[in-house]
Write a protein that binds this ligand. Sequence first.
Ligand code: IMO
Ligand code: MG
Length: 429
Amino acid sequence: MSKVDVVLGTFYGDEGKGKIIDYLGGKADVALRATGGNNAGHSIEVDGEKYVFHLIPSGILNKGTLAIIGNGVVVDPKVLIEEINALKEKGKDVSNLRVSTKAHVIFPYHIEMDKMLEENRGNGKIGTTARGIGPCYCDKYERCGIRIEDLYSSRFHDLLERNINNKNKIFSLYNYPQLDVEKIYEEYLEYAKIIKEYVCDTTTLIHKLLKDDKKIICEGAQATLLDIDFGSYPYVTSSNPTIGGIISGSGINAHDIGEVYGVMKAYSSRVGAGPYVTEQDNSIGDTIRELGHEYGATTKRPRRCGYLDLVALKYAIEVNGITSLCMNHLDTIGKLDKIKLCVAYERNGERTTEFTTNEEELLSSTPIYEEFEGNFGDISKIRNREDLPDKALRYIERIEEFVNVPIEFLGVGAGREEMIHEKKLIKRR
Ligand code: IMO
Ligand code: MG
């Protein structure tokens, strides 16, 4: 049994990572978030109760599972405390939560800066979640960021004052209101007190756990095409939601990683701006949005919807070393009369199956589709793949044949149990 398994998004986020994590998490001792912040929104339904996680690993719902927020995450302590309280109100035990001393802290100036930058992007808006994620990572790399451990240091006031004074100069240039150092200082001292019991050196903890043969599931946030390096830059998030981010955002080493689960939908979606080759900005996209309830868990925005793009999926598999696929919403796509599947792009008059992250090249790529029969009927009760209608099998098998990675999990309905699980993993190259 591998020590660490990883769940990652293959497309533009919102692939239903929460559902697979929930399924795998039952067998794990540790649930870990290593990247992003409360821009993520992972919904899970347990015993008829709906939980939406933005920051805390959803594995915390499993009794006894240690939930770790790693160093690569950017933490808004206000949101963290709200999430802790919401869990406590539902009678859940949160004493198993751990937060890295090295995680960077989101402050109100990051959130204001996120909004201000977005307002001033003119036609080039990214459509960020306005949670301060980008500006917080900017400070981290500029080396003026404030880490969780700094909240408990005598240097905290000075660090904060320097940062706020610098940001206030920028805010005044844009005629934005000034922020008050003392008010934020007092507010964050309070937060620091509340979260103190959860704070520790998570990297040391992780290595102790691995020595004790504990099983870790890494809960990826965001997705491959939102990656700052491998996504459709600049319409991306400010971290590496791909496999490298899991390693640098936790301190786990590459040798300990076993299975890499790539989560996808039987169609695709994107929230926020940026190129999207298989988008259906028409009645088909509207139908998919309604059938799949494609509205943001974090920002409630309607998601852009379209067909599945195998060129992009192949790329996500290559970048992350995905060993197994988890495909959600087979039931949703099966409600259409005809289903299209993108098997290549036409770019500059040529057919290609190579993805590109170059914005102009993406915008000039047109999808080449194969068409499949829809109308699968009610498949929500099916638990064995061979019991699926032939029409559904033809669609699934074409995807597997193209990418040469098995689809181990198939979501056939929204419910926790509505899933077909057939263990078929591939060995990495
Ligand atoms: P989960 O984990 C979908 C998108 C935003 C925007 C871009 C940058 O639920 O799959 P940011 O606030 O991160 O600077 O915004 O990234 N985005 C997501 N889209 N699901 C997510 O997370 C996302 N996290 C960020 O919409 O286009
Ligand atoms: Mg989301």
